[in-house]
Design a protein around this ligand. Structure first.
Ligand SMILES: *Cc1c(COP(=O)(O)O)cnc(C)c1O
Length: 471
């Protein structure tokens, strides 16, 4: 027998040391990827090795090519580093090896998810009687929510989409912000609508939906089953659609209103940012991520629905689950998601919420927003650097020397420096550095240090990566 206790202790020691070291380590690795591949690779040997050797080989081969997303100076992709409690809880859930399909496969997983889901509704300011599914991320959540929408708007039109499918179904209008996230389009593809059915609605200077343009689109018709896709938290600018007005508009036209709030829904958790998502609670469905602003480990997202019957009708296998068999007082997690056998995701989410408490979640959101402001004001003060968006949340778009090539050069140099990591984006035809502050570990010192690295890269950029054009 392996000494499992020693093996887990070794992994725990190692992971803890790694995470502590992430404060000072390079953020993006500079090791050769080929070396890591060679260390792991080759054909699968016939003969196995002891578990301890497996773990040593993994550490040796892969650690040099990890990205320090757990550290305080990773500002890519709106993904925050996991909280300590949530990390340990996730390890615990894996150690318990729970199957989170229903109360028979694991009462523990079912109950953790039930309680964590109710807590989430409270923290986010959503209706207490909304249903929830714990999915892999906002992609999964958007898909589940739009499946529930598809069920409801077609059922209201006399069509049973779960039985009869999409071929021959009444046409469903999908009206969405032109600045929607690409996962909305993919959800529409997966659900048989096709991405081309989408009718884009104009947005304002910061990328928030123009409610008047939505009204015009809905009034113009055609009138029939309609789903409106709104957004809290534009992935570039952080802008939130005017949700109260937009949902009211959708409902006036009999449409289902869905909100993709992968990170922006968390604005609802703080009194300071709550006005950005005023009226969000009146929507019909909401998608958000746990692995973004709640800082739980990947993969963790949540699909919420104001119409539990539609949610279950779209996801559950059989009507028998609606009535419940044994232990009917325990919610069945598998009825709200597209998977059956799944990890006990509720455990890590419960842990994060319990560690932070309501005020801690609000504080995390406020702190990240304040640090985004700090980035914007410090970078905006540097000659030749422009902050392009209205920094309403945790996202900052930065332009260097007002040209695409310089901006791309600066991003590349900063990424290579290892000091911090931020990605680049194209927004409205121009290139930007995109900074997302969403990690509980980030401090003012980390922002100042990152600003210094960015400013240094800007200074080096002119000649470092390409010839200076003759003027
Ligand atoms: C990140 C993001 C998504 C996709 O989330 P995943 O967790 O990667 O599936 C969807 N919508 C918005 C607005 C996002 O920011």
């Amino acid at each position: 027998m392996t000494d499992l206790r020693a093996l887990l202790a070794r992994v725990a020691d190692h992971a803890a040391a790694y995470r502590a070291g992430a404060d000072e380590a390079r953020v993006f690795p500079d090791a050769a990827l080929g070396t890591a591949r060679a260390a792991l690779g080759g054909p699968l040997p016939d003969v196995g090795i002891p578990p301890g050797d497996v773990i040593e080989q993994l550490i040796g081969a892969l650690e040099p090519v990890t990205v320090a997303t757990a550290g305080p100076r990773y500002f890519g992709f709106v993904t925050g580093g996991a909280l300590d409690s949530a990390t340990a809880a996730d390890v615990l859930a894996v150690g318990w090896d729970q199957l989170a399909y229903n109360h028979l496969t694991s009462p523990a997983a079912a109950i953790a998810e039930e309680v964590a889901g109710e807590w989430l509704l409270g923290v986010l300011g959503l209706p207490a009687d909304a249903s929830f599914g714990f999915v892999t991320g906002a992609q999964g959540a958007n898909t589940v929510c739009l499946a529930a929408a598809r069920h409801k708007v077609l059922a209201d039109d006399g069509w049973d989409v779960e039985r009869d499918g999409m071929a021959g179904a009444p046409r469903v209008r999908i009206v969405a912000t032109e600045e929607r996230h690409a996962t909305i389009d993919r959800a529409l593809r997966l659900l048989g609508f096709g991405a081309a059915c989408l009718e884009p609605v104009a947005t304002d200077a910061n990328g928030a939906l123009d409610a008047g343009a939505l009204r015009d689109a809905l009034t113009a018709g055609p009138h029939g089953p309609t789903v409106v896709c709104l957004q809290a938290g534009n992935v570039n600018t952080g802008a939130c659609d005017p949700l109260g007005a937009a949902v009211a508009e959708a409902h006036e036209h009999g449409a289902w209103a869905h909100v993709d709030g992968a990170f922006g829904l968390w604005a609802g958790a703080s009194a300071r940012t709550r006005p950005l998502v005023d009226g969000v609670e009146s929507a019909d469905s909401w998608a958000t991520d746990g692995h973004k602003w709640l800082n739980v480990p990947y993969d963790s997202g949540f699909a919420f629905c104001a119409h539990p019957d539609a949610h279950v009708a779209a996801m559950a296998y059989t009507a028998a689950y609606l009535t419940g068999t044994s232990l009917p007082e325990v919610r069945s997690p598998g009825d709200y998601v597209p998977e059956s056998s799944r990890r006990a995701r509720g455990v890590a989410t419960w842990a994060a919420l319990r560690e932070l408490g309501r005020s801690g979640v609000a504080d995390l959101v406020d702190r990240c927003c304040a640090l985004a402001q700090r980035f914007a004001s410090q970078l905006g003060d540097v000659n030749g650097i422009t902050v392009a968006n209205d920094v309403v949340l945790n996202q900052v778009l930065v332009r260097f020397g007002d040209d695409d090539a310089t901006t791309d050069d600066v991003v590349t140099l900063v990424q290579r420096s290892g000091e911090c990591w931020m990605g680049s984006t194209t927004w409205r035809g121009r290139r930007y550095m995109r900074i997302s502050v969403s990690n509980w570990r980030t401090t003012e010192r980390d922002v100042d240090r990152s600003v210094a690295a960015i400013t240094r890269a800007f200074g080096e950029s002119a000649g470092a990566l390409r010839a200076v054009p003759a003027s």
